[in-house]
Design a protein around this ligand. Structure first.
Ligand SMILES: C[S@@+](CC[C@H](N)C(=O)[O-])C[C@H]1O[C@@H](n2cnc3c(N)ncnc32)[C@H](O)[C@@H]1O
Length: 219
């Protein structure tokens, strides 16, 4: 069953993305609350393996489960940047973080260390851990340089808008891929992406990948 069928953005299948023939060997398969789902981990690993990006940028490291899979499925010389909000900064964010009656994102910020799942693992040497609030972080060294961007940090509408605008700025055009998580799940992500889809011609090609809460745009 496609639980995100209520959403407005048109869908695309794995087959249409040419992922049927791509084989991956995902690691850290056991997920926890806050990680992407297992089928999403497979798909994101296939997408990145097929795209062969030399530069990747992730908004929202959490425990680094997806990050290490980026490292394992990119070419040997790829660089994987991942930005996370340290828990000490949780009370000082530019925009408020968000809670709904069933979902609270502060629990993902509140951890001893970011990226514990990639430290000391094969591929971990490709990963550059960055820290900060995505609304005030200095992204200038990465502008126009990134071929695959994963937006999965705060789900507050102000942050989704901020991170989306920055993702477009970071993208190496033409051809860069931007992937958002939690479309159809967190109201802020859904509302902001649907606004861009309707109002911004550059976003007409955005598609939700069937069976996931991923929205994908190729620039
Ligand atoms: C849902 S988790 C990310 C999950 C991870 N991408 C994965 O695939 O397992 C969200 C992460 O975003 C981080 N975060 C929240 N607000 C942020 C902000 N304003 N700037 C940077 N990171 C933020 C949190 O600390 C948390 O680690």
């Amino acid at each position: 069953m496609d639980i995100f069928a209520h959403t407005k953005i048109p869908t695309i299948t794995e087959s249409e993305l040419g992922l049927d023939e791509v084989s991956v060997d995902t690691v850290e398969k056991e997920g926890q609350e806050g990680n992407i789902k297992n089928n999403e981990l497979e798909i994101i690993s296939k997408l990145i393996k097929k795209a062969e990006p030399l530069t990747v940028f992730e908004f929202g490291t959490f425990d680094g489960r997806t990050t290490i899979n980026f490292a394992r499925h990119t070419p040997p010389h790829a660089e994987v940047y991942t930005l996370d909000l340290p828990k000490e900064k949780m009370e000082e964010t530019k925009f408020p973080l968000v809670s709904t009656p069933t979902l609270s994102e502060t629990q993902y910020v509140w951890k001893e260390k970011s990226g514990t799942r990639y430290v000391g693992k094969e591929g971990g040497e490709k990963i550059v851990q960055l820290y900060g609030d995505s609304a005030v972080f200095d992204f200038s060294p990465y502008c126009g340089e990134i071929s695959f961007i994963f937006v999965d940090a705060s789900h507050a509408p102000d942050y989704v808008r901020n991170d989306t605008d920055i993702a477009v700025m970071l993208a190496k055009k033409p051809g860069a891929l931007i992937l958002w998580h939690d479309y159809g799940k967190w109201p802020g992500v859904t509302a902001v992406l649907e606004w861009y889809y309707v109002n911004n011609p550059h976003f007409r090609g955005i598609r939700r990948i069937i069976g996931t809460s991923f929205a994908l745009l190729r620039l």
